[in-house]
Structure formats: C-alpha cells, structure tokens
Design a protein around this ligand. Structure first.
Ligand code: NAG
Ligand code: NAG
Ligand code: NAG
Length: 508
C-alpha cells in the first residue's frame, strides 16, 4: 500500500505541470490537496490510526543539534535524568510537518541550535512523528489530532513528575505541526505557556472550527507567522485565516522576497515536478527562518504593525505603535492578548537578517486645474545620520489625482539613522511628449501661480521603527525649475497640524 501512494501524488501533479503557469498553481492546489484525491481518503483512513506510540521525544544537545542521542520516554522517569532534562528550565517542543522523505529537514537542527544560542539552559525536544507524517497529505492531516493527543499526554506526564510550571513550555509547530501543537495544547490537562505556529497548514484546516485546528484557546499565548497564503491563485499551503492571538503576515503572507516562486513555477512547467519543492519550500519555510532570525539577531528584531488589510499596509497607513499597535516579530514578541485576534504586517529582506525599516510618505499633490489622473514613476532617495538609501521606487497603489493626499510605504534594507533630507524624482511614464514634460517639470516645484501643473510643497514622513514624524519642505523653490530631481529638507511644520489642513481622501 505504502509504495503506491507517493507515485500517485506525483502522477497527478505531473499531469498538471504541462498547464499554463497560473492554472498550474490551481491544478496543483486541487490535485495535491483537494477533491481529486478525496476518494483515496477511505483507502488510508483509520488503518494508520490504530494507535500505539507514534511520537518520540528526542532531547537534543547544544553540541549535537542534528543528532537524536537521547529520548525522553513518557512513563519512564529515569529517561529524564538520563537525558539531563532540567525541570526548572524553559522547554521547547519542535513539531515538524508533512513529509515525503520521512526524514527531518535541515531546518530542524538550525532551529535547535538557535534556541540553545538564545536559551542556553533550555530543554529543546524534537518531536518525531515522521512515521505518521509520511503519508498522503490528507491522511497526515487526519493524524495530527492523534499525535497532538500523544504530545498532550507527554506534557501531562512531565507536569506530574517534575512539577514544571506549564508556563515554561513552548510548542513550536511548522505547517501540519502547528495544528499538532494546537491539539497538544487543547488536550493537555493544563494550558501550556505558548504555541508558535510557523505557517500552519491550510488545506483541510482553513475555515474549520477552532477545535479542529490551531486556535487561541490552545495556549496562554498563540502567535503565528504566515508566509505562504496565496489564495488568489488557488494554491495556499499555509492557512490564510488568523488562528492565534497575534498573526503576522510578512510581505502580506505571500511572495517572500528571494523565493522567486513564479520563476520556479515556470521551471516546473518546463522541467517537471522536481523543480517544485524548492520554490514552495522557500515560501513555506520562510516562517521558520524568520523565527530563527529572531532568536539569533535579537538586537535587530523586526517589527510588525497592526493593520486592517495588507493593502492599507502597502500604502504605509499602519506604522503606528500606539496602544500596542506594533510588536516584535518572532521569539521576543510581546504577549498581547486582545479579545479579538490581531493581524499584523511587516516587510522583510530576502535573507537574514530579514529586518527592514518602514516609512510612510504622505504627499499632497496640488493643481490649479482639474487634470486627469497620472501614473508617473516616482523614485525617492533618503538621507539620514547613518547613511542613505537611494533610488527607491514608490509603488503606486492608484493613479495620482490632483488635490489629493496620497500615502505610500517605503522600506530601506539598512538603518540610515534619523532622516535629514530626501530627494524626489518624478517621471511621466506615458502619454507625455518631451516638451510637455519639460514644461510640467519646470513649473512643478516652483509654486508658480500661473502654472496648470502639479505641485508638491511638503512631504510628511513617519518612520515605523523610530516612530519619528517629520515634515520635509522643498529646499530651494526658486532653484528647482529645470531639474527632475528635487531636494526636500526638514522643516519645522508640525506633522499633525498640517495633516488636518489637507483633506484625507486616501481611504476609499
Ligand atoms: C540512557 O541513555 C542511553 C543513551 O541514550 C541509553 O542507551 C540508555 O538505555 C538509557 N538508560 C535509561 C535507564 O534510560
Ligand atoms: C537548570 O536550569 C537552571 C536555569 O533554568 C539553572 O540555574 C540550573 O543550574 C540548571 N541545572 C542544571 C543541573 O544544569
Ligand atoms: C486645488 O486646490 C487649489 C487650492 O486649494 C485650488 O485653487 C484649485 O482650484 C484646486 N484644483 C482643482 C482641480 O480642484
């Protein structure tokens, strides 16, 4: 039976690989996780569920993060001493997800190492449920509850035998493992301190009742990183809905920089299934590497910001830290528990350290005449006390309309310190002849009252990481006339007062 499962999945996926790239994604979602294989559920059902022990608890050593040298066996008190389990220390249980290979992936040892770097005295236990996870996805998903219950019994036993306060227990589950952690938390006699869900699996859990997936009820604090939620294109390996007290969606929860998913999908279309693992893994696994980053680079912890939607975040509208609206990504997150779930957003770099610096730019474009909307290309250079970030493109979420304040999000990869100056460049990308552009540019900045063109007098900036709010004014209005790049310097106008004068019409 087992031998035929994997090839079957491959076959369906391969047949999808010849499709056009986007429909390929949809096909993949359907075929790997969806109804196509549903009839197979019955074949695998229950047979794997006639349980004896499926989970093993390997207490790893800081010196051998990759090796299973000592297992703590529930019910065998000596195994605790034998593995030098320290009952006054923090205890982490790392729970892996679905596997085709049946082996631990390389991130496990990296996470073990990072946890020991941060918490030298900790007990870092790797939960091995590989045998139940190496199955057709649907079956592995069904096994999460039984495995979670087994972990719950382990936790109960640890509590009884060592009197360890459960506040010291932190479950870290990846993908299906996040739901295993949820079941473990909800079935333990007492609540564990924390569960971190690293891109919890979506298929078979999205939209399910809280009892059947990871939820805020499962621990005193549940925090979640979502890195591969791509519902719009059909394939969402990670769950999209919030499932914790705090849910962070780095880069909107999809398209992680450096993963090049689209490129990989094209490769799959051309070269077949063996190209898929890397791209999908990159986005899904990014959640783990963000967490590892937060353990290793605690001086450079990334911040996330509460926001109503990713679209609003992409307009820079959510960089406030008032009333715990912002938080730290990863291990050092503040345990904010609100009655309602909190959704947060952040941008990241393509590799470690992932942190970036977020800025909101509010720009009011004025025009004497009612002119049509524009789609210019706008680049900005920021100059600060510690360095500069040049030629950053402002992403337009909508066309630029006259007499309207537009809000933009801008990020820099490096810390440029406190802002001193910025340069602003505007280029019309279409529909403008060279001469009309020159004319427009020449009158753009001058505040010339005869002009029919657009003017920008001030740029308001809020820095997310420092919470600084600054206003920048045209440095030398008279001298700007024939240049496309205009320099703005700090001016003393109050940020708030000015805000009130300009109609806030960015929201729609
Ligand atoms: C102690 O650990 C060692 C190494 O894992 C193992 O060989 C031995 O059987 C264990 N002894 C007990 C009493 O658990
Ligand atoms: C156990 O951990 C605590 C800190 O969590 C530490 O103070 C103590 O020395 C440790 N005990 C042993 C035997 O290592
Ligand atoms: C824009 O605002 C300015 C100043 O408030 C006003 O003079 C001008 O007529 C407005 N332009 C349009 C197109 O409404």
């Amino acid at each position: 039976m087992k031998a035929c499962r994997v090839p079957l999945v491959y076959f369906v996926v391969l047949s999808a690989a010849v499709q056009h790239v986007t429909s390929l994604e949809e096909k993949l979602a359907d075929s790997v996780f969806g109804n196509v294989l549903d009839p197979l559920k019955d074949l695998f059902d229950d047979k794997d569920d006639s349980h004896h022990t499926v989970a093993k608890f390997s207490l790893r050593k800081p010196s051998h993060p990759d090796d299973d040298l000592c297992y703590v066996v529930p019910g065998e008190y000596e195994s605790l001493a034998n593995c030098t389990f320290n009952s006054t220390s923090k205890t982490f249980l790392i729970i892996h997800g679905w596997t085709l290979s049946g082996m631990f992936e390389s991130w496990v040892a990296k996470l073990v190492s990072a946890l020991y770097k941060r918490e030298q005295m900790a007990n870092v236990i790797v939960v091995d449920w590989l045998a139940s996870a190496q199955n057709h996805y649907v079956v592995a998903a069904q096994n999460t509850k039984a495995v979670g219950q087994e972990i719950a019994r382990f936790i109960d036993w640890i509590e009884e035998t060592t009197n360890m306060p459960l506040e010291n227990i932190h479950l870290i589950g990846y993908s299906l493992g996040a739901h295993v952690a949820g079941f473990a938390g909800s079935h333990a006699n007492n609540k564990v301190g924390r569960i971190t869900g690293l891109d919890p699996a979506g298929p078979d859990f999205e939209g399910e009742h809280a009892h059947r997936r990871l939820s805020p009820d499962d621990a005193h604090f549940v925090d979640v990183l979502h890195t591969f939620t791509r519902g719009s294109l059909g394939l969402s390996i990670g769950i999209q809905q919030p499932v914790g007290h705090v849910d962070i969606y780095p880069n909107g929860g999809s398209f992680q920089p450096g993963c090049n998913l689209r490129g990989a999908l094209e490769k799959i279309a051309n070269f077949g299934i063996f190209a898929i693992t890397d791209a999908v893994k990159c986005e899904h696994e990014r959640s783990i590497h963000l967490f590892i980053d937060s353990l290793l680079n605690d001086q450079e912890a990334a911040k996330a910001y509460r926001c109503g939607s990713n679209d609003m975040f992409d307009r820079g509208m959510c960089l406030s830290c008032r009333k715990s609206r912002c938080n730290t990504v990863g291990y050092s997150i503040s345990k904010v528990r609100k009655p309602r779930n909190v959704q947060m957003y952040t941008k990241t770099r393509a590799s470690m350290p992932f942190r970036v610096y977020h800025y909101q730019l509010k720009i009011h474009f004025t025009s004497k005449v009612d002119r049509s909307e524009m789609e210019p290309s706008i680049t900005v250079s920021l100059f600060g006390t510690k360095g500069e970030a040049e030629n950053l493109e402002l992403k337009l979420k909508e066309k630029i309309a006259p007499n309207k304040t537009h809000s933009f999000l801008l990020v820099t990869e490096k810390d440029i310190g406190d802002l001193l100056m910025l340069k602003f460049r505007w280029e019309e990308t279409n529909g403008w002849s060279a001469s009309s552009m020159l004319k427009m540019v020449s009158s753009w900045w001058s505040g010339d009252t005869d002009s029919n063109d657009v003017e920008v007098h001030k740029i308001r900036i809020r820095a997310g990481e420092t919470q600084q709010k600054l206003v920048f004014c045209v440095k030398d209005p008279a001298a700007q006339s024939l240049t496309q790049e205009v320099t703005f310097v700090k001016c003393n106008d109050p940020w708030r007062a000015n805000l009130k004068q300009t109609p806030k019409r960015v929201k729609h």
